[in-house]
Design a protein around this ligand. Structure first.
Ligand code: 1CP
Length: 322
């Protein structure tokens, strides 16, 4: 999940002295420092996630990307009649700063796992089609449904780009990969199968061929019962990040026992803090106690989360015993 960010004063300070969000992502010494900020402040955290964004892939495919204060990321919208091409040389050149960041971070870590990531193709395509986020990605879906051929081409391009990007991240030091399918929850079943599951499994297959021991996690936000579809073949993710609304009892039944579970805690409870936060952490830890489980949130950290609550939660988890 998003781990760095505006809830940390040290992040806000670096951000105010930078030339925008993209500059921070593409300047390795800054991105390295931001990646390390949460684990410096909370030394009991077990993993650091690369500081970058899922929209680095569209940027590296040549789209214009800006992060606008209070609006968020904005891209020049893609027309499915002329989707962008993947040209390996310029893609690798544009993503090279991300690889420098990973190398730098790795040299500073003391035993924590370094997590690399990418957006899954459908989620990244949705931002590319719509040009920005939104409540339900309706504009992106309208474009995609109208031109299935163009959409298939765009998803193929993104799948190829994502494989190349993640292989480079692993070579640069990433020890675990997370694929963010943050907009899994807006598609009907046949489109979920074709646009979420198929490209994701293709990415996993290609990475496993070269790096069989690197764990690959998926975060299919809002996928409801369709999350089962990722686990019906030999090629499957090593782990799944649960979103805030997932019914844990059901997930425990549906997801094969060899798959690692992660996450689930509502970030808003981290904002609220106090007893409600600890009761929910206790509930999740108790329910998952007989499974391979990694404590994490059900979505990213928000700027309004008090640091004391994070400290209290980490202390509670580290002291927890079944
Ligand atoms: O340490 C870390 O924070 C990890 C780096 C990270 C990751 C994993 C960032 C930095 N973004 C992401 C993933 C990401 N980015 C996702 C998938 C996870 C999720 O669902 O949250 C998505 C959908 C994005 C796109 C994005 N980038 C948004 C959402 C826009 C929308 O309206 O849909 C936003 C606000 C960003 C900016 C961003 N990316 C990362 C941070 C710390 C921020 C906030 C920047 C700031 O305010 O300073």
């Amino acid at each position: 999940m998003r781990q760095a960010g505006r809830y940390l004063p040290e992040y806000r300070q670096l951000r105010s002295s930078s030339n925008g969000f993209l500059d921070m992502c593409l300047t390795p010494h800054k991105a390295c420092e931001i990646t390390l900020q949460p684990i410096k402040r909370f030394p009991d955290i077990d993993a650091a996630i690369l500081f970058a964004d899922i929209l680095i892939i569209p940027y590296a495919l040549g789209l214009n990307l800006e992060f606008i204060e209070k609006t968020g990321p904005v891209l020049s919208p893609v027309d499915l009649k002329s989707p962008p091409d993947f040209s390996p040389d310029s893609f690798l050149e544009k993503t090279q700063p991300i690889m420098e960041t990973l190398k730098k971070v790795k040299s500073h870590l003391k035993g924590q796992t370094l997590i690399g990531f990418a957006g899954a193709p459908w989620t990244v395509a949705a931002y590319m089609l719509q040009g920005q986020g939104g409540k339900d990605m309706a504009a992106a879906k309208a474009k995609a449904y109208e031109n299935p051929q163009g959409m298939a081409t765009l998803l193929d391009t993104l799948t190829t780009a994502t494989i190349s990007y993640l292989l480079a991240q692993i070579k640069a030091g990433a020890e675990m990969i997370q694929l963010f399918e943050s907009w899994a929850g807006v598609l009907p079943e046949p489109y979920f199968d074709k646009w979420c599951v198929d490209p994701t499994l293709k990415i996993i297959k290609e990475i496993k061929e070269k790096f069989p021991t690197i764990p690959i996690f998926i975060f299919p936000r809002g996928a409801s019962q369709y999350y089962k579809k990722y686990f019906e073949n030999d090629i499957k993710p090593d782990g799944i990040s649960l979103d805030t609304n997932m019914a844990i009892d059901q997930a425990l039944k549906d997801i094969p026992r060899d798959v690692i579970l992660q996450g689930g805690m509502d970030p808003q409870l981290l904002k609220a803090g106090g007893t409600p936060m600890l009761i929910e952490a206790e509930r999740i830890l108790t329910k998952t106690k007989d499974r391979k489980y990694i404590f994490n949130l059900g979505h990213g950290m928000t700027p309004d989360i008090p640091i004391e609550n994070v400290e209290k939660l980490i202390q509670f988890i580290k002291g927890w015993r079944p």
